[in-house]
Design a protein around this ligand. Structure first.
Ligand code: BES
Ligand code: ZN
Length: 632
């Protein structure tokens, strides 16, 4: 169970001393302050032997050949050992040089689940190494889009997704969330396109296709990100703005108009925003996530452009990561809840400040429904251990254990602490926590100790850490969420079930959340006539709101409501967001006829998905076996 202080001390490798460096001198002092390295099972790097402090990336981006070609140079912390180990996955390493330009001996380890370790010999005091390399079409982090997968339809597009362990597939790097470094980059892209990174970004196209970037705050490798495409920028507030394809940038700027207010609300809660600008990049619809908190530049799916600003909680979420995750970072993927649980808590607080309590109550209840559902699914598939907050992902792809549990049970735990100590004390504690551990990594145990030291004391019978953090399911003392607006929705569902026609239901003023709740709570197994009635009354199949369409399509599959199938086909071939794809394909796989349809659609759509979605869906649809069977 929980590590004793002694066990924890043995586990942590103390690397350097001195912790009282001035706050503003981040780049120079971060190594001293992030002085503790923890064993990370998902990286071959041995930071306690040799660790990087700065990365300089020089790449040529060829969108026709689908290759990245160039070099990466690392500054290495003084007092390093005789070798340094990087993570790589699928990279072609051409050579490694020292600062003097002379070749350094290197070896590439066996290919494994985590890629291949690149070990470089450091003879004498070698302050830097340069690795010349190439990443090809198959690099797992990269998605190369053909023009027809973009909004403009004319230019190709490239984006990266680093979390959890994919950065090593496009940069040889010490790819562990506990290792932080600053970076600079110089990228050459086709002149017609613009490049942006998780760094200081251009707001205009360069004349020659060469772009330079700086990230002066130390970040872990999973937060390095790049996108190249036909992009424009539009300002929202003085330090916020949006990047998108030209045909979408105005729509996006309108949708995200509250961004500047969100940054201010966040600062009011938990202290200054430390990354200067906060911009959002709207990607093409194949982006596999809703959002990704790349520092200074959140990457977002266009599926949140609902036309009514109703899905911007996602922006609040990614913004909140600028504190929880990007400032104080989970030390290993086993501590993932420290990133996501805190972020969900913070997201809800931002939303409450900007949109009010009723909105937050609905968000809370939808999240709780997701949690109940996820816990039930994990329990029934023998994955009860994945319902613990502290995970054990050793030997697995971390992506497989990253579920709603980290988000919603993590949130519920923090919500419980808030309930016990009161909001004012909890807020003061969180603010202090983000300050105390800024630009450092955090383990679950270190957090719990800090929570006891600074807030709860050693005795806290009303909150059992063991149950919440190291136990399964949802503890008894969870604070159950409730929403008056959803109670009203429940009443309308009841009227409909009792015979009131759909058109006569009282739905005026309902927003996305009410409709989601409505669709989630319709009884199972409704006949197609009943779905047709709802569709005629509310136009679900034709809705432009992806959250609503996604639940509706799932219900339609369950009831074999064929009128929605053309929309389902289109949705699955255009949208690559895994959160939507998984429930829809899962629903199809429940029947034989559905399976045939799933495989037919997947066969066409698979080339349009990012590798993280492909990995999940190949397994769900038994795809490898299918394609082997076909080719035999
Ligand atoms: N950091 C995550 C996305 C992620 C998690 C990528 C794990 C890779 C591995 C991001 O902040 C996130 O949580 N996105 C959510 C949206 C959010 C509102 C819950 C998503 O993509 O749906
Ligand atoms: Zn998140």
């Amino acid at each position: 169970m929980r590590l004793s202080p002694l066990g924890a001390a043995v586990c942590l490798l103390l690397f350097a001393g001195c912790t009282d460096t001035p706050k503003d001198d981040q780049a120079a002092s971060h190594r001293e302050r992030s002085s503790v390295f923890v064993m990370d099972h998902h990286s071959a790097a041995r930071p306690e032997v040799s660790v990087i402090t700065h990365m300089d990336l020089r790449l040529n981006v060829d969108l026709s050949a689908k290759t990245l070609n160039g070099s990466v140079t690392y500054a290495i912390a003084p007092d390093h050992g005789s070798e340094i180990i990087f993570d790589t996955d699928g990279l072609l390493v051409h050579g490694v040089r020292g600062e003097d330009g002379k070749d350094l001996a290197f070896t590439l380890g066996e290919e494994g689940k985590l890629g291949r370790a690149l070990t470089v010999q450091l003879s004498g005091p070698t302050p830097q190494v340069t690795i010349e390399y190439e990443a090809g079409e198959g690099a797992k982090a990269l998605q190369w889009l053909a023009p027809n997968q973009t909004e403009g339809g004319k230019e190709p597009f490239l984006f990266t997704q680093g979390q959890a362990i994919l950065t090593r597939s496009w940069i040889p790097v010490q790819d562990s969330p506990g290792i932080r470094f600053t970076y600079t980059a110089e990228l050459t892209v086709p002149k017609e396109l613009m490049a942006v990174m998780s760094a200081q970004n251009p707001q205009k196209r360069s004349a020659d296709g060469v772009y330079t970037f700086r990230m002066d705050q130390p970040i872990p490798a999973y937060l390095i990100a790049l996108a190249v495409g036909d992009l424009d920028f539009k300002a929202i507030g003085p330090r916020t703005g949006v990047y998108a394809e030209p045909g979408m940038v105005d729509t996006a700027a309108w949708e995200f108009a509250d961004m500047e207010r969100m940054v201010s609300a966040a600062e009011e809660l938990y202290g200054p925003y430390r990354w200067e600008r906060y911009d959002v990049l709207v990607l093409p619809p194949s982006f596999p996530f809703g959002g990704m908190e790349n520092p200074r530049l959140t990457f977002a799916t266009p599926t949140i452009l609902a036309g009514d600003r109703s899905l911007t909680a996602l922006i609040a979420h990614e913004l909140a990561h600028s504190w929880s995750g990007n400032l104080v970072t989970n030390a290993t993927w086993d501590d993932f809840w420290l990133n996501e649980g805190f972020t969900v808590y913070f997201e809800k607080r931002i939303c409450e400040a900007v949109y009010g309590k009723e909105y937050e109550d609905m968000l809370d209840l939808l999240g709780y429904q997701d949690l109940l559902h996820t816990v039930q699914r994990l329990d029934s598939t023998g994955r009860g251990a994945d319902t613990h907050l502290k995970l054990d992902l050793k030997g697995r792809d971390p992506d497989d254990g990253m579920t709603d549990v980290a988000y919603e049970k993590g949130y519920a735990f923090l919500r419980r602490v808030e309930e016990v100590v009161g909001r004012a004390r909890f807020d003061a504690f969180l603010r202090q926590y983000f300050d105390a551990f800024a630009f450092q990594s955090m383990t679950t145990e270190r957090f719990l100790t800090y929570l006891e030291d600074e807030l709860l004391g050693r005795e806290h019978p009303e909150i059992s850490f063991d149950e919440w953090v190291y136990g399964p399911g949802i503890p008894q003392d969870v604070v159950p969420p409730s929403s008056e607006r959803f109670a009203e929705v429940d009443a309308q569902i009841k009227h409909w079930m009792d015979g009131t026609p759909a058109v006569s239901l009282t739905t005026a003023g309902w927003g996305t959340f009410e409709w989601m709740h409505f669709l989630r709570h319709l009884p199972e197994g409704l006949g197609t006539e009943r779905l047709a009635e709802l569709d005629r009354a509310f136009g679900f199949t034709a809705s432009g709101n992806t959250e609503i369409v996604a639940v509706w399509l799932e219900r339609s599959i369950g009831s074999r409501y064929m009128d929605a199938y053309p929309r389902l086909d289109r949705f699955l071939t255009v949208v690559g967001r895994r959160k939507f794809l998984v429930p829809l394909y899962t629903a199809l796989m429940r029947t034989e006829e559905g399976q045939a349809m799933a495989r037919n659609i997947y066969g066409r759509a698979r080339p349009n998905y990012h590798s993280v979605s492909v990995r999940t869906l190949d397994e769900l649809l038994d795809w490898k076996q299918m394609s082997d069977a076909v080719s035999m």
